[in-house]
Write a protein that binds this ligand. Structure first.
Ligand code: ADP
Length: 451
């Protein structure tokens, strides 16, 4: 199992801390190397001067005993004979062992190195310059040496640097933790609010932080989605209540008639009661069938679609009916669309039913191409539909006063179904402006006719 913090906050903090340790750690290592190098170089240049002066003194026999020291005992100078005996030294080195046993040979008379005595942490480390005075086999060796500062020997420098690195990394982690926490605060508020919103309470909205950043946009998008959901749920609820209301009226009528007939059989003509009951049942059936159709339109995919000649379809549909009014048709050739034949027949049927119902004398059906689309219009010369109602008539169960006063027996679902079918076919269905009467215009995408 991979160990990975679950929260973004912890993850970002961990990443920042690791990066800080790496960056500051490398910097600290660089500082450590530089300090060590510079200190040793300094010490070495000092001991070199003293070692050279002493070995020069040995060569021309001018070296005093003890060797004069102007460093206050900081630098120890020793002249050591081949047997390891100290022959001469600065006062501070009197009585001390030779600082080193390294004996430069004739080819390499000058050597510098660091020599440590004793164990950590109290070790004494010295930077040493050793010079073999002459190339003679019995030459003496001059050692000049100076102690390294204790912080370079006992690890104090590295300890301090490591502490600094850890402290800086901790500060970086702390800052990251707080900045990320502040950034993600609104996300948590949005999440908490969303968790509380249920389907029954879609009126609530998530808090929208100000600004244009990603989180503000997330909140805005979430709220827009909630608004759409709320509207959709509202429509569904309205539809269900409308549907049950529409069904209740004919059921109540049916029931009243049947009860009356059953209680007073002598006052009722059984035949008339049955006829009326059958009419009510028909109406109920057509409402239920329409509701089912509405629920199904557009769910069949494109599998059920075929290539359809719109003019042929309109011609056949008009020809099938017997009109009490005058009906004109103007059908262009080769206007082909893709669609479900049964549904388009139903759409046209609904428009023709309405036109027949509301026309005074004349109905006109026209199929053409317009603006790269197939256009089918059904026009009547009736009372027309007021501009304010032209969208409303497409809503489910809308019946305008004209319809009620005429006692027309539609379900109020005809145009809703027609528009649903038009939209499922990628088209539109609208009421268009007319001086007199009503025109419904169906526009569908054209398709190439099949061979
Ligand atoms: P209905 O089953 O009542 O006809 P529709 O959805 O087909 O239901 O129509 C809704 C309402 O739109 C109708 O009740 C009617 O008031 C109005 N309407 C539809 N077509 C026309 C038209 N050609 N002329 C005038 N009004 C119309």
């Amino acid at each position: 199992m991979r160990m990975r913090p679950r929260s973004i906050r912890a993850r970002d903090t961990l990443v920042a801390a690791v990066l800080a340790v790496l960056v500051f750690g490398l910097t600290a290592a660089g500082i450590d190397t530089a300090v060590r190098g510079a200190t040793k170089a300094d010490l070495l240049s000092e001991v070199q001067v003293d070692a050279r002066r002493a070995s020069g003194g040995v060569r021309d026999g001018t070296l005093a005993t003890p060797i004069p020291d102007d460093t206050g005992g900081r630098i120890l100078v020793q002249v050591v004979g081949p047997g390891g005996h100290v022959l001469d030294s600065t006062p501070a080195a009197a009585g001390r062992e030779p600082v080193s046993t390294l004996w430069p040979d004739r080819n390499m008379r000058v050597r510098d190195f660091t020599e440590c005595r004793g164990g950590w942490p109290g070790a004494d480390c010295r930077v040493v310059e050793a010079i073999r005075a002459t190339t003679a086999p019995d030459s003496v060796v001059v050692y000049a040496s100076e102690s390294l500062p204790s912080y370079l020997v006992n690890g104090l420098l590295e300890g301090l640097l490591s502490g600094g690195v850890l402290l800086l990394a901790a500060i970086v982690a702390w800052i990251t933790w707080h900045v990320v926490g502040r950034t993600l605060g609104p996300v948590e508020a949005i999440r908490a609010q969303l968790a509380e919103i249920s389907a029954s309470d879609l009126s609530r909205r998530v808090p929208e932080p100000p600004g244009q950043d990603e989180i503000a946009q997330l909140a805005r998008t979430a709220n827009a989605t909630l608004a759409r959901l709320e509207a959709a749920v509202g429509r569904q609820r309205q539809f269900a209540s409308d549907a049950s209301h529409e069904l209740r009226t004919p059921i109540a009528g049916l029931r009243a008639n049947l009860e009356d007939a059953s209680m007073h059989p002598e006052d009722n003509d059984l035949r008339a009661v049955v006829d009326s009951a059958l009419r009510d049942t028909d109406r109920l059936e057509s409402i239920v069938a329409d509701l089912l159709l509405l629920a199904r339109i557009g769910t069949g995919g494109t599998a059920a679609q075929e290539s359809i000649d719109l003019s042929a379809l309109a011609g056949a549909e008009v020809g099938r009916r017997t009109f009490a009014l005058k009906i004109d048709t103007e059908l262009a050739c080769g206007v082909t669309v893709r669609g479900v034949r049964m549904q388009l027949v139903r759409l046209l049927g609904n428009l023709l039913d309405n036109a027949e119902r509301y026309a005074d004398e004349r109905v006109e059906v026209e199929v053409t191409r317009a603006g790269g689309q197939a256009l089918l219009t059904v026009t009547d010369d009736g009372a027309g539909i007021a501009p304010a109602d032209r969208e409303r008539v497409f809503e489910r169960f809308t019946r305008l006063d004209t319809a009620r006063s005429r006692g027309a027996g539609g379900t109020g679902l005809g145009l809703a179904i027609a528009r649903e079918i038009a939209e499922a076919h990628g088209g539109t269905l609208r009421v268009e402006d007319r001086d007199h009467g009503t025109r419904f215009a169906l526009r569908l995408p054209l398709s190439a006719p099949e061979e």
